[in-house]
Design a protein around this ligand. Structure first.
Ligand SMILES: Nc1ncnc2c1ncn2[C@@H]1O[C@H](COP(=O)(O)OP(=O)(O)O)[C@@H](O)[C@H]1O
Ligand SMILES: [Mg+2]
Length: 370
């Protein structure tokens, strides 16, 4: 195979020469990529069709978004267990700091989506700044001091130094913003563009911290912006977690040897795999919901409450206070309902600290599955 000449080989120098998108002089639409692209588009279409056929997609998607928040944070070593996370989501305030950061991620994702929608679907630099501020719960903006470098986790050596500083970064973000929002700049397929955009954002690395996570939120917002998804439901983080070494190696290879082909292939493979697994998860959740509706009608008779069924899917860990706060029922009734459901094995009752949770354990299992 023909050896590509390195475009850059000093990882300790700020990469101020990072070129704007799209890459020039490189064939991106190779037969291999086009075949993968067609497959990815088909599976994403299937997933989106399924979401569009659901009467209330947000109901199930919320827990997928939470799972993504956990996976994307875990790539950055912000690790929480499902148990910690669902307790925090159920309102436990003394929770684990990592679990809180994961909840902030979810909030950042939703607010980014709202912001994009309120700006006629434009994805602007400011929105990315707002996203990172929400994730990190601080008001740090774009880096304005040198010193940010990416290090190898094992040896600690510098593997990449992003551009410096604020003025240069802002210029590069402006170019990226244009590439994202102006389709006339490049005729490439949005899925290929998404891979380019993710590389570019990570390479600009505009913030001191939170770049990986903001870049992964940007991915899903872009899919929605491009109309490939009507709900924010498809994420690469579980795939990236599984093939993390490759994720880092390929980012580096694009910089050093212009190896766009393997980066795009990695991305498309991730889309194919995760679109299929998400479709499967949603189908299983829908089945579980039908099954629970049936059992609840049998168990609760005329006091069957549809909102309770819905709550069991938006809150994998339920507690009596949640039913009270949502004004579904008074304490006594709420407690009777949940007790009946746990006695029948629909929910799993567990005391954790001083709180009693009623856990939708089958949902938790589905969400955690590969
Ligand atoms: N060689 C590289 N070039 C560009 N970006 C990289 C490289 N290696 C890793 N990254 C990106 O940097 C991210 C980590 O940056 P960081 O700001 O710490 O994100 P977070 O706080 O979300 O932890 C990784 O998830 C990856 O997306
Ligand atoms: Mg970090």
């Amino acid at each position: 195979m023909e050896q590509k000449s390195p475009i850059r080989n000093n990882p300790t120098e700020p990469f101020n020469d990072l070129p704007a998108l799209p890459p020039v002089g490189i064939e991106l639409e190779t037969p291999e990529i086009l075949r993968h692209l067609a497959k990815a588009a088909r599976y994403i279409g299937e997933l989106n069709g399924l979401c569009e056929s659901m009467p209330d997609p947000q109901l199930l998607i919320n827990s997928i978004v939470l799972q993504e928040s956990k996976d994307s944070s875990a790539i950055e070593n912000i690790v929480t267990t499902n148990d910690e996370l669902y307790k925090a989501a159920a309102g436990e305030i003394s929770g684990h700091p990592a679990a809180k950061e994961v909840l902030s991620y979810r909030e950042a994702l939703y607010s980014g989506l709202d912001r994009m929608n309120s700006q006629k679907g434009l994805l602007l630099t400011n929105t990315l700044v707002e996203i990172v501020q929400k994730i990190k719960q601080n008001d740090a903006g774009i880096r304005n001091t040198p010193g940010t470098a990416l290090k190898n986790a094992i040896a600690g050596e510098i593997v990449y130094t992003p551009p410096c500083c604020e003025e240069v970064i802002r210029e590069k973000l402006e170019d990226l913003e244009q590439f994202i929002n102006d389709p006339s700049l490049s005729p490439l397929d949005p899925l290929i563009k998404m891979a380019l955009i993710h590389y570019q954002f990570e390479s600009i690395h505009p913030f001191i911290d939170g770049n990986g996570r903001t870049g992964r939120i940007l991915n899903v917002l872009y899919l929605v912006q491009q109309g490939l998804l009507s709900q924010p439901v498809l994420y690469l983080s579980s795939y990236i977690s599984k093939y993390k070494a490759e994720y880092y190696a390929l980012l580096k290879q694009v910089t050093e040897t212009n190896n766009w082909n393997d980066w795009i292939m990695y991305f498309l493979s991730g889309m194919i795999e995760t679109a299929q697994s998400t479709t499967k998860k949603i189908r299983r959740m829908l089945e579980l919901k039908v099954q629970y509706e049936q059992s609840m009608k049998e168990l609760l008779g005329s006091s069957y409450n549809h909102q309770l069924l819905e709550l069991m899917f938006t809150h994998p860990y339920l507690k009596i206070e949640i039913l009270e706060n949502k004004q579904l029922a008074h304490r006594q009734t709420a407690s009777t309902w949940l007790k009946k459901l746990s006695d029948a094995g629909v929910l799993l009752q567990e005391k954790k600290g001083r709180t009693i949770y009623f856990i939708n354990h089958k949902l938790v299992e589905i969400l955690a599955a590969d």
